[in-house]
Design a protein around this ligand. Structure first.
Ligand SMILES: Cc1cc2nc3c(=O)[nH]c(=O)nc-3n(C[C@H](O)[C@H](O)[C@H](O)COP(=O)(O)OP(=O)(O)OC[C@H]3O[C@@H](n4cnc5c(N)ncnc54)[C@H](O)[C@@H]3O)c2cc1C
Length: 480
């Protein structure tokens, strides 16, 4: 026993020494932008993660690069020492521990690279990879154009686009990543390249869903489209109306002509402290139409509240961020079936109704259409393998809770609900392979879910541009 703890001390000592070697090497070249535990800048970065699981990790140092060249220099240094573990942080909204932060390693916080500009003919917006979506929408507000990005303005441009990116405009222009026309990216060895349809086209394709496996993206150039005000409607129903809501939701998914201006999330919310369920639909229409006919069936169901606003994208995305909670995300994709949604509700209710750890848990289940209109129709296709996953809907099961001692219990509950849903859906032929990377739990395999050809392509592209496998071995997240 004494030998084991002595060994543990030696290992910790060696790990600490390695981390400080990596930080020291960075400090020699990039000193001004490096911060250490208890520095104000270090604390600001570490406390800006969305989940407590991420903000609970303690990197040995934080680099906030001022320029793209500094990102390049940092990667050159870090890849020169195979022991240097590091993390890449956009806006820190991936909840799982170790996806954009690292205990004892180097954290590269890209928030400093967040400039936004629009080219002369307003066709392309260039966005620093550390921007959040609100920066982009506010910059473009009033210009007559917008881009396809996150619905919540606090979410990072980097993480969202590298995992795919569902926006209010997905039925109109495809996924966020389909609309990237050029990536400026620092490869693992520090080389900076620009990948577009004709240059480094394999890299260009792989970045449309490949996560943080290809390099550190420093700038995204995004195709814009004309956009004015939008219409937003939130409807809440008594949970007893769920059969009708599931029926209407399913009917919309199956409609032969899905309205390309319609963006819908139907959600269930459960609070364990009060044992109350809430059912709602957030129906956005990307033109200023007060009651879009497409949602008529959802509007017709008796509801408790219905709030409609005509507003701008920038205003709607300006949400208050919720910090200081533990969060868990997990996902699946299913074929439309109202009866199955009823069964899913029953399974969920049976599993979580009486589970109330100290401080409580709030569960949210978001159902998001995945219809033919969301398949890429341009040459800039993503790598998500969606052709095999529609019609259907993406399910995000998330939980938030304040009490960290309940982490493993909440995660186990989420996993057990998900397994029961998937086993049941599979037996009925309703399970799709696709797992959306940006909603997936660490135990899931979203990159594999794209399909064998897509996975093999990602793997070979990563081997071509990162032969030392630095991003596979030394950086956390979903790996190849
Ligand atoms: C409140 C909330 C709302 C959301 N809304 C949406 C939505 O509307 N649509 C949607 O599709 N998803 C949505 N998501 C999911 C979101 O897309 C993911 O959480 C995404 O990973 C967040 O990106 P980030 O940059 O903030 O996160 P981070 O945690 O900083 O990064 C996520 C991952 O991407 C990597 N990464 C980030 N930037 C770079 C870069 N420049 N180069 C290389 N790797 C990088 C990180 O290493 C990490 O593994 C939402 C999430 C939350 C919490």
């Amino acid at each position: 026993m004494r030998l084991v703890s002595a060994l543990a001390v030696v290992i910790l000592h060696v790990a600490g020494a390695l981390a400080s070697t990596c930080c020291n090497q960075l400090q020699q070249q990039l000193g001004d932008n490096l911060s250490f535990p208890n520095d104000a800048t270090y604390n600001a970065t570490v406390s800006s993660f969305w989940s407590m699981q991420e903000s609970g990790l303690r990197p040995a140092c934080v680099l906030r690069p001022a320029t793209v060249l500094e990102v390049s220099k940092a990667l050159e240094i870090l890849s020169g020492n195979v022991e240097c573990e590091f993390a890449i942080k956009g806006r820190g909204h991936a909840p799982a521990a170790g996806f954009a932060n690292v205990n004892g390693g180097v954290l590269i916080d890209l928030a400093t690279l967040s400039s936004v500009s629009l080219n002369q003919d307003s066709s392309v917006a260039s966005v620093g990879a550390g921007a959040k979506w609100l920066d982009v929408y506010q910059h473009l507000d009033g210009s007559g154009v917008q881009v396809a990005g996150g619905r919540n303005g606090n979410v990072g441009v980097g993480g969202l686009l590298l995992g795919g990116g569902i926006s209010h405009f997905t039925t109109k222009v495809g996924w966020g990543s389909d609309n990237v026309v050029n990536y400026e990216i620092a490869l693992a060895n520090g080389t900076i390249i620009n990948a577009d349809r004709t240059h480094y086209s394999d890299m260009f394709h792989a970045l449309k869903g490949g996560g943080n496996n290809l390099g550190v993206v420093t700038r995204f150039d995004l195709a814009t489209f004309p956009q004015g005000d939008i219409s937003t409607t939130t409807i809440t129903y008594n949970i007893s109306q769920r059969a009708d809501v599931f029926e209407a939701f399913t009917k919309l998914l199956e409609s032969p002509k899905y309205d390309p201006l319609a963006s819908l999330i139907t959600s269930l919310l459960y609070r364990s402290t009060t044992k109350t369920w809430t059912l709602s639909s957030s129906a956005v229409y990307t033109k200023p139409v007060t009651q879009p006919a497409f949602y008529a069936d959802l509007f017709a169901i008796p509801h408790e509240t219905l709030v409609n606003n005509i507003t701008s994208l920038a205003e709607y995305a300006d949400e208050k961020d919720t910090f200081s909670f533990n969060w868990n995300f997990a996902t699946t994709t299913l074929k439309p079936c109202a009866e199955n949604l009823q069964k899913m509700f029953d399974t969920l209710n049976d599993t979580i109704y009486s589970f109330n750890p100290e401080g409580g848990v709030t569960w949210s289940i978001a159902l998001e259409p995945l219809v033919a209109a969301m398949l890429p129709n341009s040459g800039d296709t993503n790598i998500l393998g969606l052709e095999r996953a529609y019609p259907g809907f993406v399910v995000l099961i998330s939980a938030l809770w304040p009490n960290s001692t309940a982490n493993s219990e909440v995660e186990a509950k989420a996993q057990s609900v998900l397994s029961a849903w998937e086993a049941d859906a599979k037996s009925k032929g309703l399970l799709q392979d696709f797992q959306y990377l940006n909603y997936a739990a660490p135990h899931q395999k979203p990159l594999h879910s794209y399909g064998k050809d897509e996975f093999d392509f990602l793997k070979s592209t990563s081997e071509k541009y990162d032969p030392g496998r630095i991003l596979q071995r030394n950086v956390g997240g979903f790996k190849l």
